[in-house]
Design a protein around this ligand. Structure first.
Ligand code: ADP
Ligand code: F6P
Length: 324
């Protein structure tokens, strides 16, 4: 293989740049050229790419976002668009493709391989940590740390005033961020899309903790919860605890940005290097997962067939048990 393409797709995630850097520099060791398609599948469809050499990926390891841009590209759902894009790729002499993104991006990648024989390798890059076959996705650790830092600050005012805070974290279909943030930030409870919460039971726990003298109360709500995020959940809560003052805080996209943590830089570096090793050695149709801290190749077909992994509800029990 002489030339491979790389793209980032879906929501950006801190650490994607570290993966791009690792892929380019590993490719150099194999005498393989890397070209980056700009703005995800949008650039791939348009055939827009730039060559990346070792110097082009200098000084990006610590930067959030993705220097090659990303997008959600509805056109890529169309088989005819994929066929034209695959032909354009072949004509340009690009022989394999690394796709950094979430499960949607992997569906697109697998379609390319199965329909047009394009060798693809996926790298899980999404703050949501909702991909089967890997313990962690690139960006999750940074997003969790960002949310925890914000809640630590909110706790100061909650403790001072006695106001309760409903803090919304990202995760339209996944409660992973909320559950981890809940434990790490000492939340009274965590509300996630994957379960139906008993508002009265949460209120009763808070009433008891107020009785024991507790002043700060943080409830972490995933944006995709059925109640309608933190604002919706706060309204439901107000109905059962009408006299308690509260505020709602939506953390939003600040969780997607910022310099990646060391953990994210490390898993991204391992994954970017392993993706190139796979392609260089004739292996494709796989995702580079992280299992027991090490990179492993997991068939993309299995990743997609399993769908989203179950969230770790043990984290919810732990947060509640430790809330005091
Ligand atoms: P993520 O990759 O983070 O899960 P999305 O689900 O939004 O994010 O998918 C990102 C992009 O991947 C989509 O905008 C589309 O271009 C492509 N994609 C998603 N699902 C498919 C699919 N089933 N077939 C082809 N392309 C897809
Ligand atoms: O998939 C990553 C993510 O940040 C989700 O947590 C969130 O629901 C979604 O993307 C937001 O997407 P957008 O930036 O397109 O609104």
């Amino acid at each position: 293989m002489r030339t491979i393409g790389i793209l980032t797709s879906g929501g950006d995630a801190p650490g994607m740049n570290a993966a791009i850097r690792a892929a380019v520099r590993t490719a150099t060791c194999h005498d393989i050229r890397v070209v980056a398609y700009l703005d995800g599948y949008a650039g791939f469809v348009a055939g827009e790419f730039v060559a990346l050499d070792d110097r082009a990926v200098g000084n990006i390891l610590h930067r959030g976002g993705t220097v090659i841009g990303t997008s959600r590209c509805p056109e890529f759902f169309d088989p005819a668009v994929r066929a034209a894009a695959a032909a354009r790729m072949r004509d340009a002499g690009v022989e394999g493709l690394i796709v950094i993104g979430g499960d949607g991006s992997f569906r697109g990648a697998l379609a390319l391989q199965e329909e047009h024989g394009v060798p693809v390798v996926g790298i899980p890059g999404t703050i949501d940590n909702d991909i089967w076959g890997t313990e962690e996705t690139i960006g999750f650790d940074t997003a969790v740390n960002t949310a925890v830092r914000a809640i630590d600050q909110v706790r100061d005012t909650s403790e001072s005033t006695g106001m309760m805070f409903f803090v919304e974290v990202m995760g339209r279909t996944s409660g992973a961020i909320a559950l981890h943030v809940g434990v790490a930030a000492g939340a009274a409870s965590v509300v996630v899309p994957e379960s139906h919460e008993d508002v009265e039971a949460i209120a009763e726990r808070i009433r008891r903790s107020i009785g024991r003298g507790k002043r700060s109360h943080i409830i972490v709500v995933a944006e995709g919860d059925e109640a309608g995020g933190a604002f919706g959940f706060a309204k439901r809560f107000e109905a059962v605890m009408p006299d308690h003052p509260y505020r709602v805080l939506v953390l939003g996209h600040i969780q997607r940005g910022g310099s990646p943590t060391a953990r994210d830089r490390i898993i991204a570096s391992l994954s970017g290097a392993s993706a190139v090793e796979a392609l260089a050695n004739g292996r494709s149709g796989v995702m580079i997962g992280i299992q027991c801290g090490r990179p492993v190749e997991v068939p993309l077909r299995d990743v997609i067939a399993h769908g989203k992994p179950d969230p770790d509800f043990g984290m919810l029990q732990l947060a509640q048990a430790l809330a005091g």
